[in-house]
Design a protein around this ligand. Structure first.
Ligand code: SAH
Length: 262
């Protein structure tokens, strides 16, 4: 083999047209980067969805005190929870908090409101009334961080007590007892809860038993609104005089509202 042939083969091996590495065009480069980033976005969404479901299950299966300890130890879980919560809510045709805000806007501006388990405090941000926003974590100076069975508010100091999808703890009756303490006689108690928690076919509570237990605590049932697909809205007012028989009240178990992976 002559020297020239050798060189030719060598050139072909390292620099021949077919074997030369193809450098991606700037355009190809962009397309390549797009794939992993959308994959990562999906991964992050899945992980945060998974975390949301875990926190949600925890909140439905522990007491308020345990939930407070849990969030005190890791306050960042609150944001993870609410990111997932908003995603879930975006699938609902109507948000219960908006129905409550609409109702509140028709009431007297002088009504003082307590929003139990306020989340991102949408009620306080939407109405002109004085609103005490209560939740386990406060990322907002206007939110009082507490376990809502034990709030720092005065007895008989509020006109409206609201629980919007927040009767989560296994001891939910203590939250209602606290609302009874805070409410003025004649004051309103509004509860929005997920419909499936009251579905008798899947072990849900009987809404009548739930309502009766609240009446025994010292409230009059004014109306129940079943018209929304995803939630029931209960309206009560606090009775003027009530002899407390708290220990005798039979509270139905409220089935946890667990979300499936989509
Ligand atoms: N009411 C809001 C948020 C509902 S999510 C809305 O409709 O947009 C339920 C909220 O209840 C969560 O923010 C959770 O932290 C809060 N919560 C649950 N148990 C609580 C407790 N024991 N004390 C205070 N907040 C509680």
């Amino acid at each position: 083999m002559g020297e020239s042939k050798k060189r030719k083969r060598h050139r072909n091996k390292r620099g021949g047209k077919e074997e030369q590495p193809v450098l991606p065009s700037p355009c190809a480069k962009r397309t390549k980067l797009k794939e992993p980033s959308s994959f990562l976005q999906k991964m992050r969404a899945r992980l945060s969805g998974g975390h949301f479901r875990m926190i949600n299950e925890k909140l439905y299966t522990c007491t308020g005190e345990e939930a407070l300890d849990y969030f005190k130890e890791e306050p960042s879980l609150f944001d993870v929870y609410h990111t997932g919560y908003k995603t879930q809510m975006s699938n609902w045709p109507e948000q219960p908090v908006n129905v409550i805000i609409k109702w509140l806007k028709k009431q007297s501006l002088s009504f003082v409101v307590a929003d139990f388990g306020c989340g991102e405090a949408l009620i306080a941000k939407s109405v002109k009334n004085e609103v005490f926003s209560l939740d386990l974590v406060s990322n907002d100076p206007n939110v009082i961080a507490c376990n809502m069975e034990n709030t720092p508010l005065d007895s008989s100091s509020v006109d409206v007590a609201i629980f919007c999808l927040s009767l989560m703890g296994t001891n939910y009756q203590s939250y209602l007892e606290e609302s009874y303490r805070l409410l003025k006689p004649g004051g309103w108690l509004l509860i929005a809860e997920v419909k499936s928690r009251f579905d008798p076919n899947t072990g849900g509570a009987d809404p009548k038993k739930f309502s009766n237990a609240i009446s025994e605590l010292g409230f009059s049932s004014v109306k129940q609104d079943f018209s929304n697909k995803m939630f029931i809205l209960f309206f009560f007012t606090k009775k003027e005089n009530q002899i407390s028989k708290r220990k005798e009240i039979e509270w139905p178990m409220l089935k946890p509202c667990l979300y499936k992976r989509r």
